[in-house]
Design a protein around this ligand. Structure first.
Ligand code: GLP
Length: 279
C-alpha cells in the first residue's frame, strides 16, 4: 500500500484529482469506479475544474458507482444517482448512458447484482476505483462481517451507517438496505484510491491499514490488493503506528517518480513496452 499523508482535506483532494486526471488524459476511455459520501465531494469539484479549464474530457469515460440504496428510484433525493448528478455528472461532458449505478427500484434484488457484475465485465473492468471508508471500516456498503470474496448484492446497513449517512440528507427518511459492489468486486479494480479525512475516520484507517485482514474491518481486505494508494489528512492518519515511515517513503518516492515517471504510466503500457531481455 502506498500511504500518502497531507496536511488537510484540500490537499488530499488536489492529489486525488491529479491522479484521476492523469489516468483520464492517458486513457480517455478509462473505466472509473466512483464513490459517494462527503469524502469525494472536493475531489469531484477539482475534476469539474479540470474539465472546465479544458484539461480533461469525460466524453468516452464509463463510470460504475460502488452502491445505491435498495428500492430507491433514481429520481429520489436520497438516491446516489441524484448525488452523482449533483456533485459531478451534471457539470462535466460525460454521457449519462455511460454512468452506471446498481438500479434496484422495481427489480428483483437477486438479479441486480449479477447484472451489475456483467456490466462491469463488459466494460473491460474498472481501471481506477475511488473509495471512502465508513467509521466502522466499511467500503461501498460492505458492512463488518461481509465476506471478503463477496460480489455485488443486497446488504442490510448497520444503524451507525444509517445515522452517519443521515447527516448528508438531514430531512429525508434514510433507506436501510442497499445494493453494493462486493469486496471481491472492488478487489478486481486495477488500481484503488482510498480517501479518508477527519479524526472520526482514524480508528477505521488504523484497523484497515495496520490491523489484521478481517471481515470485521472490510477495508482491511485492501492489504491484499497489489495497487492501492491511500490518501489521508493528518487527522485521519493520527492513529497510524508507521506514520513516520509512510512520510519517509513518500518523500523518497517523489525522487523516483521524478526520474522514472509515475508507476501508473509504466503500468498501463506494461504489455507492449517492457523488454523482458533488458536488465
Ligand atoms: C457511505 C458510502 C461509502 C462511503 C461512506 C463514507 O456509506 N456507501 O461508500 O465510503 O459512506 O462516507 P463519508 O465520505 O461521507 O464519510
Amino acid at each position: 500500500m502506498e500511504v500518502l499523508i497531507f496536511e488537510n482535506e484540500a490537499e488530499v483532494a488536489d492529489q486525488g484529482a491529479l491522479l484521476v486526471s492523469e489516468l483520464v488524459k492517458k486513457k480517455p476511455d478509462a473505466v472509473l469506479g466512483l464513490a459517494t459520501g462527503k469524502s469525494p465531494i472536493l475531489l469531484y469539484q477539482n475534476l469539474i475544474e479540470y474539465y472546465k479549464r479544458g484539461q480533461i474530457s469525460f466524453k468516452q469515460i464509463q463510470t460504475f458507482n460502488l452502491d445505491e440504496y435498495y428500492g430507491v428510484p433514481r429520481t429520489h433525493p436520497a438516491s446516489y444517482r441524484q448525488f452523482m448528478q449533483t456533485y459531478l455528472f451534471d457539470h462535466i461532458d460525460i454521457e449519462v448512458d455511460n454512468t452506471y449505478l446498481p438500479e434496484s427500484a422495481g427489480s428483483n434484488p437477486r438479479l441486480v447484482g449479477p447484472k451489475y457484475e456483467a456490466q462491469i465485465k463488459a466494460s473491460g473492468g474498472i481501471d481506477l476505483q475511488i473509495l471512502g471508508i465508513g467509521r466502522n471500516g466499511h467500503i461501498g456498503f460492505n458492512e463488518p462481517s461481509s465476506s471478503l470474496a463477496s460480489r455485488t448484492r443486497i446488504k442490510t446497513l448497520t444503524e451507525s451507517t444509517i445515522n452517519d449517512n443521515r447527516l448528508l440528507q438531514e430531512d429525508i427518511e434514510m433507506p436501510d438496505m442497499a445494493i453494493t459492489m462486493g469486496i471481491g468486486t472492488i478487489m478486481d479494480a486495477h488500481r484503488i484510491l482510498l480517501f479518508a479525512t477527519g479524526e472520526n475516520k482514524s480508528k477505521a484507517v488504523k484497523a484497515a491499514l495496520e490491523g489484521p485482514i478481517s471481515a470485521m474491518s472490510p477495508a482491511s481486505a485492501l492489504q491484499a490488493h497489489e495497487y492501492v494508494t491511500v490518501l489521508l489528512d493528518e487527522a485521519a492518519a493520527s492513529e497510524l503506528e508507521l506514520q513516520a515511515y509512510y512520510r519517509w517513503v513518500h518523500s523518497k518516492s517523489k525522487g523516483i517518480k521524478a526520474k522514472y515517471g509515475n508507476f501508473y504510466e509504466i503500468d498501463l503500457t506494461i504489455d507492449s513496452t517492457i523488454d523482458l531481455t533488458e536488465d
